[in-house]
Write a protein that binds this ligand. Structure first.
Ligand code: AQP
Length: 328
């Protein structure tokens, strides 16, 4: 039997994804379809934990779903659906919340970072419990995520151990899969903080659907340093190191090879080369995104939700029995 993989992505903002999402997570999502049974989810319930506009949320959810299809998630091979259309996610989250310590949730970096702009809502605090439920609902073995999700996955693993010892063996211990290069793509405007789609400054991120000229402008304005040579050194040159990692990803060349080529080229020429590599890599994704029809995409995700609900219900029968909630 093939091992199972689950991962989710939020339709925050207008739902468009950035190259951090692609490099840190989505490239693994696509590659894993060859060897694993993959389950991918647009986690719309998660996205409601920060301020959002209900009138544009439908389109944001569709934009995220279209981005996943455009990068190569294949619904014929992988299960793809909206989290809100599979109510077992919320049910399992409630059960897990009863064995979660509030102190552990309050220590989560993401909670601390987001509570200023989101306000201290209970959903934001409970976010990692819902994420644990997403993963455990499908009893998966691997979770491909970026570096920023390490803490949340640790909590999931703690909950597995707590649940299994309190109620009996139910969930396997999931493992995180993170790329060696690009696990944390940094903001172009502040290379010490991660690239994020809810950053108010659009120059800080490159979207998968950004037009070539927009990409060139954003890379040209990327914050670097006052030196003149290209080198890979996260401590002293975070801006240049970030660009090197991006170029390595989009060209398939090694960092050492790139440093050798661009060491003395000057920052302007290096940035031009980085921009062209990104433009070339994103063009087919942007074109596929534009060719997709919203209604057709909605139908694909509804079909995914139907399958996911059936599978989730099978899993929940066993969970309900263990916690004393079985129907008979
Ligand atoms: N900058 C990043 N570098 C590498 N990986 C990243 N991921 C996100 N940002 C980076 C990975 O993308 C997946 C989906 O993330 P998400 O949208 O569900 O949540 P997030 O981590 O909160 O992403 P953003 O862009 O920062 O969204 P907002 O601004 O809405 O909070 C995850 O696997 C994540 O690791």
């Amino acid at each position: 039997m093939r091992k199972r993989v689950f991962s989710g992505i939020q339709p925050t903002g207008n739902g468009h994804l950035h190259i951090g999402n692609l490099v840190g997570a989505l490239r693994n999502w696509v590659a894993m379809q060859d060897d694993y049974e993959c389950i991918y989810c647009v986690v719309d319930l998660h996205a409601m934990t920060v301020p959002y506009d209900p009138d544009t949320f439908r389109q944001a959810r569709i934009n995220t779903a279209k981005s996943l299809l455009a990068v190569g998630i294949d619904p014929a091979r992988s299960l793809l659906y909206y989290q809100s259309q599979v109510p077992q996610h919320a049910e399992l989250s409630w059960i897990l919340s009863t064995i979660t310590s509030i102190g552990q949730l309050e220590r989560m970096t993401q909670y601390k970072e987001k509570q200023d702009k989101a306000g201290q809502n209970l959903g934001l605090l409970a976010y990692p419990v819902l994420m644990a439920a997403d993963i455990l609902l499908h009893k998966v073995h691997y979770v491909p995520v970026g570096d920023d999700q390490t803490q949340h996955l640790e909590l999931t693993r703690d909950l597995v151990e707590r649940f299994n010892s309190r109620f009996g063996e139910e969930f396997p211990l999931p493992e995180r899969i993170t790329p060696e290069i690009g696990a944390r793509v940094m903001s172009l405007q502040d290379p010490t903080s991660k690239m994020s789609k809810s950053d108010p400054n659009p120059a800080s991120y490159i979207l998968l659907v950004d037009e070539p000229d927009v990409i060139r402008r954003k890379v040209r304005s990327a914050v670097t340093d006052s030196e003149r040579y290209v080198a890979y050194d996260w401590e002293k040159k975070p801006g240049i190191s970030n660009l090197l990692e991006l170029m390595a990803f989009f060209t398939g060349r090694s960092i050492d090879d790139l440093v050798e080529t661009y060491h003395d080229s000057g920052y302007a020429a290096f940035k031009d080369a980085v921009a062209e590599a990104i433009v070339e890599g994103l063009t087919p994704i942007r074109q596929t995104f534009k060719a997709l029809d919203d209604d057709e995409v909605a139908r694909v995700l509804q079909k995914g939700a139907l399958d996911a609900r059936q599978r989730a219900e099978q899993e929940m029968i066993s969970v309900r029995k263990k916690v004393g909630l079985s129907a008979s």
